[in-house]
Ligand binder design. Structure first.
Ligand SMILES: [Fe+2]
Length: 308
């Protein structure tokens, strides 16, 4: 039965909700999937759900996500973050708002966490980064990529030399616009905290809603992973995704936040994005800084998509 409807993005929306996404938990350094070929399906889907590690509190990040955009209140250190700009923090960091998207966002790289975030938020950011890197290692162990190449191939991100962002999204219900434009994440993996409906992923030609699962993160694979593994025996898809327009409701506004793991921007550590050729090794495919600039610009402009 084909009950799809066409959208202005050129793809279709699946009227029948697909729910066969993969779910895993991290057990030591191994991902245990609920289904027998869970890892294979997750690599093809471009994302999977992973159980939050026991004992990781997300209350501080949730509170920041609900308050960072509010006018500064001397009684509340989580307000007033709209004043932080790229001029103060560096490229692609600080508070951003555009009329093309409902989101207003706060981006911050790990080098600045201690200067800008309260100590308890730094602790959560570091816990999420540690978890993201453990998940990345567990995924790499499932790939056709020799372990001695892992750190070089991933631009130093396994040896604390990568680029790690914690990014917050607040969806402004008073703005009539898409929630967040179609894009693929740029890097290796993203660990996403998302509690409300609204996220959709491209499955074949269909935009498919993702229903959140309590107590799980969503792990997205990004472009760097897709480029690295494209010619290997275990190709990984980077999932194209978007957030649809959020209606005005009586409920609290939608928020999400994510820990992004990207390669180092230091060309001595990471000369660029590599592809892995089995039997040959790593081959440079693109300059990472140029790639990042292009995909970020395309994500946030009207009439473009953050794809490559
Ligand atoms: Fe994303």
């Amino acid at each position: 039965m084909n009950t799809n409807t066409r959208t202005d993005a050129g793809a279709t929306v699946a009227a029948d909700r697909w729910t066969g996404w993969q779910r895993a938990r991290l057990d030591g350094d191994v991902l245990r999937f609920d289904e027998a070929d869970g890892i294979g399906r997750a690599l093809r889907d471009g994302f999977f759900f992973v159980e939050q590690p026991p004992g990781m509190s997300l209350a501080t990040g949730d509170r920041f996500a609900r308050r960072f955009y509010l006018p500064a209140d001397a009684e509340d250190p989580f307000t007033g973050f709209g004043r932080w700009s790229q001029d103060a923090l560096g490229p692609r960091q600080g508070y951003f708002r555009r009329e093309e998207d409902q989101t207003e966002q706060f981006f911050l790289e790990s080098a600045s966490w201690g200067d800008v975030y309260a100590a308890e938020l730094v602790a959560q950011a570091e816990a999420m980064r540690g978890f993201a890197l453990a998940v990345l290692r567990a995924v790499l162990a499932e790939l056709d990529l020799p372990p001695e190449l892992w750190d070089e191939a991933t631009g130093g991100c396994l040896s604390s030399r990568g680029t790690y962002y914690l990014t917050f999204n607040h969806f402004r219900p008073q703005v009539r616009a898409r929630g967040l434009n179609i894009h693929k994440d740029s890097g290796w993996i993203t660990v996403l905290r998302s509690l409300e409906p609204g996220l959709e992923v491209l499955r074949g030609d269909d935009w498919t809603p993702i229903d959140p699962i309590p107590d799980t993160f969503i792990v997205n694979f990004g472009c760097a992973m897709e480029i690295l593994t494209r010619h290997s025996a275990t190709p990984v898809a980077a999932v194209a995704h978007r957030v649809v327009e959020q209606p005005r409701t009586d409920k609290p506004d939608r928020f999400s936040y994510a820990l992004f793991v990207d390669s180092s921007l230091n060309e001595k550590v990471c000369p660029g994005l590599f592809g892995y050729l089995p039997g040959h090794g790593l081959r440079l495919e693109a300059n990472f800084g140029d790639f990042l600039t292009e995909i970020v610009q395309n994500t946030y402009k009207k009439g473009t998509t953050g794809l490559y």
